[in-house]
Design a binder for this molecule. Sequence first.
Ligand SMILES: CC(C)(COP(=O)(O)OP(=O)(O)OC[C@H]1O[C@@H](n2cnc3c(N)ncnc32)[C@H](O)[C@@H]1OP(=O)(O)O)[C@@H](O)C(=O)NCCC(=O)NCCS
Length: 243
Amino acid sequence: MFDRMKEDIQAIMARDPAAKSGLEILLCYPSLHAVWAHRLASFFWKRRLRLLGRWVSQVARWLTGIEIHPGATLGRRFFIDHGMGVVIGESAVVGDDVTLYHGVTLGGVAPSVDSDAQRGTKRHPTLLDGVIVGSGAQILGPVTVGQCARVGANAVVVSDVDCDTTVVGIPAKVARKDSRDQAQFMPYAQGADIADPILRELAATRQAMLKLQQRVESLEEERERLVLADDSSEDGKPQAVGA
Ligand SMILES: CC(C)(COP(=O)(O)OP(=O)(O)OC[C@H]1O[C@@H](n2cnc3c(N)ncnc32)[C@H](O)[C@@H]1OP(=O)(O)O)[C@@H](O)C(=O)NCCC(=O)NCCS
C-alpha cells in the first residue's frame, strides 16, 4: 500500500513542473487526496457497502472539488492537475498514467432516458493508458479514447478516439496524429525541446539573417567575377560570366 502511495506522489512530481517536494504534494494536491479517498470508497462499493462508498466519495468531493464515483475504475499513476470541477462517472474506466486537468467530465450522454434501463450498463468513457485530457474537456458516453491520445482543452468527445491522436473542438475532430515518446511526459503538452515563442522567433530571425548574409556574399562574388572579366576583356567592355 505504501509503495502505491509513494508511486502516486512520484507520478505527480514527474508530471507537474510546479511541484517542489513530496511533502508539498502530500499536503497540497487534491488529486492525491481524491484518488486515495476513491480507493477507500471503491473498497466499500465492491463489498456492497454502497451507501458508505458514496458517502466517502461525497466527502472527498466536498474537500477536493473532484467527484469520482466509487464504481469507477482507476489505473495507476493517475493525476488530476488542479482538480476542481472534475466528474468521473460510475462506469468510467481509466488506464495507467492518465492525466486530466480541471473541469473534465467523464460522463454519460443521455440524462433524459429511463434511468432504470440504464442502471448497471456501461454509460461512461474508457480512457486507455497515457491519455491526456485538457481542462474543461467533456468526454461523454461509452466511448474509448485510445492509448496516448490527447484531448484538447474544452473539447467535447462523443465518439471513439484512435491511439496517438489529438482531438480538439466541439464535437471533437482529429487535429493531429503521431506517436510520441511517452516515456517523457509533456506537461501542458509542451516538450522540453519546444522553445518558448520568443526563443523560436529569435531562431527564425537568425536563420533569415544567415540566408541574407549568404545572398550578399554570393552577390559580392558575382560582382568580383564581373569586374575581373571586365578588366581582362581586350576592348574594355564587360563580358557575361561564363560567356
Ligand atoms: C491538445 C493539446 C494536448 C496539444 O496536443 P498536441 O498533440 O501537441 O497538438 P498541437 O499543439 O500540435 O495542436 C494541433 C492543432 O490543434 C489546435 N489546438 C490545440 N489545442 C486546441 C484546443 N484546445 N482547441 C482547439 N484547437 C486546439 C492547434 O492550434 C493545432 O492547430 P493547427 O494544426 O491548425 O496549428 C493541447 O493543446 C491542450 O489542449 N492541452 C491541455 C492543456 C491544459 O488543459 N492546460 C491547463 C493548464 S492549467
